[in-house]
Design a protein around this ligand. Sequence first.
Ligand code: KIV
Ligand code: NA
Length: 265
Amino acid sequence: VKRITTHTVQKMKAAGKKISMITAYDFSFASIFDAAGIDVILVGDSASNVMAGHETTLPITLDQMIYHASSVIRGAKRSLVVVDLPFGSYQSNSDIALASAIRIMKETGAHAIKLEGGEEVLESVKRIIGAGIPVMAHLGLTPQSIYKFGTYNVRAKEEAEAAKLRNDAKLLEEAGCFAVVLEKIPAALAKEVSEPLEIPTIGIGAGPHCDGQVLVMHDMLGINTEFKPRFLRQYLNLHEQITGAVQKYIADVKSNDFPSAAESY
Ligand code: KIV
Ligand code: NA
């Protein structure tokens, strides 16, 4: 199998081919998504929410991200695997940022890192890329800054924030990022940002004009059922199906239906 690389996704944009990305946090789901043909697997710090049950992405640690990423990488034979730098592992200064990125690459075998922000993190981005580590950027609604924003509402509806986002995207491309996630911004702005960039934009709640799309696996598979933003397309209702399966199992145990003679030694 031919591995998808950061160069592959850049060529996909040039060829007008859309890029598919999904999150995964463990070996089993990564194996399924990889075999299904997904282009990029993101080990998102959304693990803090969907794996650990925290309210925000802030609590997850670099060690925990490394555990998830090293599990995912063993399941990904073909997909490009990108790992989020968690909150606190890069914001202090570029020495800390570089050390965190190196730990991810060294201890997980992943192919690239992702971090949130524009101009504020530019020096760190440059040093990480300078060390040979591909960087995916992330602009718009950046969940590690939730306490600055106050809500998970759509970002960059006002011109000042939109102008900063356009400029940040350009700076990140110039710094050598291979792609940029655009989260929860108006579709028109995402189009304006995507068109002049040579690197692909990957949207989540950013409309149809991005060069690719990403969804959190628990949201698109319907494992989470409370989280229903407008941008989410739910492809399965696993919550309902799993509940039914487990209830049937419980009933079979209680009624002595399970295990049968054929299921015994
Ligand atoms: O952590 C995550 O799942 C993400 C995606 C939503 C882009 O950063
Ligand atoms: Na993230």
